[in-house]
Write a protein of this length. Sequence first.
Length: 269
Amino acid sequence: MLENITERIKTLPPLPKSFHDINAICSDPNGTINQLAKVIETDPMLVANLLKVANSPLYSFRREIKSVLQAISLFGMSTTRALTTDISIKKLLNVDIEPYGISPEDFVQISGLQSRLMREWYEKVDKKKVDTLFLAALLQETGKILIADEIVKNDEVTPFKSDIETAVNIAQVEKSFVGTTTAKITAKIFEHWGFDETMVEAIEYADNIEDAPENIRDYSVALKIVKTAIPMNAPLSERSVTIALGMIQKEGFNESHFADAVETIIENF
């Protein structure tokens, strides 16, 4: 199965022009929100999904967001870039996550919860790393789309779903069925597309932190903690949050910063 997934990654189509245009504007010190809005408005799917995210309970804006320009003004250019990247990728990969026992809508929501928790938490830890970690948290479960596809093709949905339902460590279940984990597959996908090396490596080592390069370890630890608190099979459950808090304590982070961030997310979940 691993060979099949690897070969599929090699044949993935390029990301759409709008993705590259958005990145160019956001990377340009002179780029403006008006320029960004004009690019996004050329893609009706991006517009619809960005406004859907902006009006979701997760962000709790005080008024209805009716325009792309209004959404960008509230999110900021960095977060807008992350959100539109996620939208473009999920459309391109045609999400079907049924072997994990959740719907495509659940998958999008959980990815959003992970990224939102990351921002709430890491704003109090290291603001310089927030933008990279927000995008990485939003995208880190992408590999599940390809793993789910292989599980379907091999007619293993029932046993896989049964194991996932009760799993404390989803990565171990994935490895037993396909020989690898979401973290490894996701990293290969974004390496194929030429994403930032720090983000790619941060995702790659999130399931085996002990092997992470020293300059990457903090990023991978943060990603691991967030997806432990918000796993696909039990997002923000008492068990999941307790395990994540144990990791927080082990790594020497401020427990109250993480607990406060979790509480904020739960209030809007």
